[in-house]
Design a protein around this ligand. Structure first.
Ligand code: 5AD
Ligand code: SF4
Length: 500
């Protein structure tokens, strides 16, 4: 039985949904948007020949997203705001009246990619004068007005907290003005906006639970581009998850830069909701709704969250816990506020409380002043932590960050790249070993759809977030659970057969 507080929460959530329904039922953008493949980083919009029917004379927007999952989630909020303003989505850049690019500043390479795309948009604009181009997200926030000076074709620059102002900014741009709104907010969470699911396999969805970051890791531009950390109203999060479940979704990922510091005070009762509480509320919606979350910060990930994860089968046994470096001196320079020993203690806690939990990581090679021995500490951490996978980067200095101001970017590029290669090579070996250890085991898998390679096979994930590919069986469809016994493994995928 769900505790009384939870019943109250779900009731409040359903009330919010009813309100949302009446507000958004007419939203034209709810139809026909196809999947943006995050791995494609925006390109898929270009390849896809999306057919859509709409009234003659209707205005269209086209949106490409780059960077982290939060950006993709923000694009869904933008799509909703534009839908309310009477814009139809299109995947065909040539028929768009408004081209938007949701940008990332995390590394220099991400910004270069965006600038290349802007060159392509310039050609479209030449072909179709009057087409507006808008830059959204972190690069907009970082470069502000400079964008308009550097990239003459850009009409609108909008930071991550100013998306509600888009209809007004578009109006100004239509009148021929260059429009900018890069105000950051301490309150904005877009809690009341029902995102249009651009990422619509219809089974898995992302829910943004907080915005911004207060951590000030010295290498990171996010606190400057996304502003102060703020948590979204718990009711609206649970409402969104309930609604997704009712629509047939079977997995939600709660998103934040640092989910463990989620904190929301109920203004009516004064009750403080922590991340562990929130996780429990979402898990209690339905046993068939899987819950994931990202990203955890080692300094804030305490045992309360682990115990809640262990208590509910539908909270997936997978934690993305970026270490960044395996060396305590480098971690101190990175301002990560934990050391190697603390990180090891957190992994040990995970293993103690959930022996079957997989852990993944983010790793930066060649941070300022990193020595070869310190790099070896990162390699030994990868080995010891036995990460199922990692996102691996070499350090890219970002203007305005603490590291850019305080430390020399003194590791030569070839050394950074060589260290990164060593990290990647080791992680691949460990991922393969991790996956090979699953051969012979049987996992509950949520079917997401056809496998990439064959429409004879389904793909889906197990609780540890591993992709499993297996031959289809009559009667089973995406959104259902099945049990798959693993017969083969590569470093990225498990292959198996249905056993139930
Ligand atoms: N250089 C390289 N990698 C970075 N990251 C963040 N900032 C930088 C940077 N300046 C990585 C971190 C973070 C992930 C999202 O991106 O590993 O966890
Ligand atoms: Fe950047 Fe650190 Fe915040 Fe992550 S926790 S967004 S790395 S400042």
């Amino acid at each position: 039985m769900a505790p009384a507080t939870n019943i109250y929460l779900i009731f409040a959530a359903l009330k919010t949904i009813q309100k949302k329904h009446s507000m958004y039922d007419q939203n034209p953008t709810l139809e026909g948007i196809k999947t943006i493949d995050e791995a494609q980083q925006g390109n898929v919009l270009f390849k896809d020949h999306w057919k859509t029917s709409h009234a003659p004379g209707a205005r269209h927007f086209y949106i490409e997203s780059y960077g982290c999952q939060m950006n993709f989630s923000d694009s869904e909020i933008v799509a909703s705001i534009l839908g309310e303003a009477g814009f139809y989505p299109t995947r065909n850049i040539e028929e768009s009246d408004l081209i938007l690019i949701n940008t990332c500043s995390i590394r220099e390479k991400a910004e270069e990619t965006v600038r290349k795309r802007l060159k392509v948009f310039e050609l479209v604009k030449k072909e179709r004068p009057g087409t507006m181009v808008g830059v959204l997200g972190c690069m907009a926030e970082r470069l502000k007005k400079k964008f308009l000076e550097e990239e003459k074709l850009v009409d609108i620059v909008v930071g991550p907290d100013a998306y509600r102002d888009l209809p007004n900014l578009i109006g100004g741009a239509e009148a021929g003005d260059k429009m900018v709104n890069v105000l950051l907010s301490r309150e904005e969470t877009y809690a009341d906006i029902n995102p249009v699911r651009l990422e619509s396999n219809g089974i898995t969805a992302f829910i943004s639970i907080m915005r911004g970051c207060d951590n000030m890791c010295s290498f990171c531009v996010v606190p400057f581009t996304r502003g102060r950390e703020r948590s979204r109203d718990t009711f609206s999060i649970v409402a969104e998850a309930v609604q997704l479940f009712e629509q047939g979704y079977r997995e939600v990922t709660l998103l934040g830069q640092n989910v463990d510091s989620y904190k929301w005070e109920n203004p009516e009762t004064g009750e403080l909701v922590t991340f562990a509480h929130l996780l429990e509320q979402v898990a209690l919606i339905h046993p068939d709704l899987r819950v994931r979350f990202s990203t955890s910060h080692p300094k804030d990930m305490l045992d309360d969250v682990l115990h809640i994860m262990a208590k509910y089968e539908n909270i997936c046994k997978y934690i993305h816990l970026p270490v960044q470096s395996g060396n305590s001196r480098v971690l101190e320079l990175m301002n990560r506020t934990y050391d190697r020993e603390w990180y090891i203690d957190r992994i040990e806690a995970i293993r103690r409380i959930m022996p079957d939990c997989a852990v993944s990581s983010d790793i930066i090679a060649g941070f300022c002043t990193e020595t070869e021995e310190e790099h070896q500490d990162t390699l030994s951490m990868i080995e010891w932590a036995n990460y199922s996978m990692s996102y691996m980067f070499y350090y890219s200095e970002r203007p305005g960050t603490l590291a850019a101001r305080k430390y020399p970017d003194d590791i030569p590029e070839d050394v950074k790249k060589r260290r990164l290669q060593e990290i990647i090579r080791l992680q691949n070996v460990i991922s393969l070993r991790h996956n090979q250890a699953e051969i012979g085991k049987t996992f509950k898998v949520l079917i997401e759809g056809d496998s990439r390679k064959s429409d004879q096979d389904f793909c889906g994930r197990n609780t540890q977030n591993k992709m499993v590919v297996f031959p289809k069986k009559a009667g089973l469809k995406p959104g259902e659970y099945t049990h798959v016994k693993i017969r083969e493994a590569s470093s990225a995928t498990l292959l198996g057969d249905i056993v139930d």
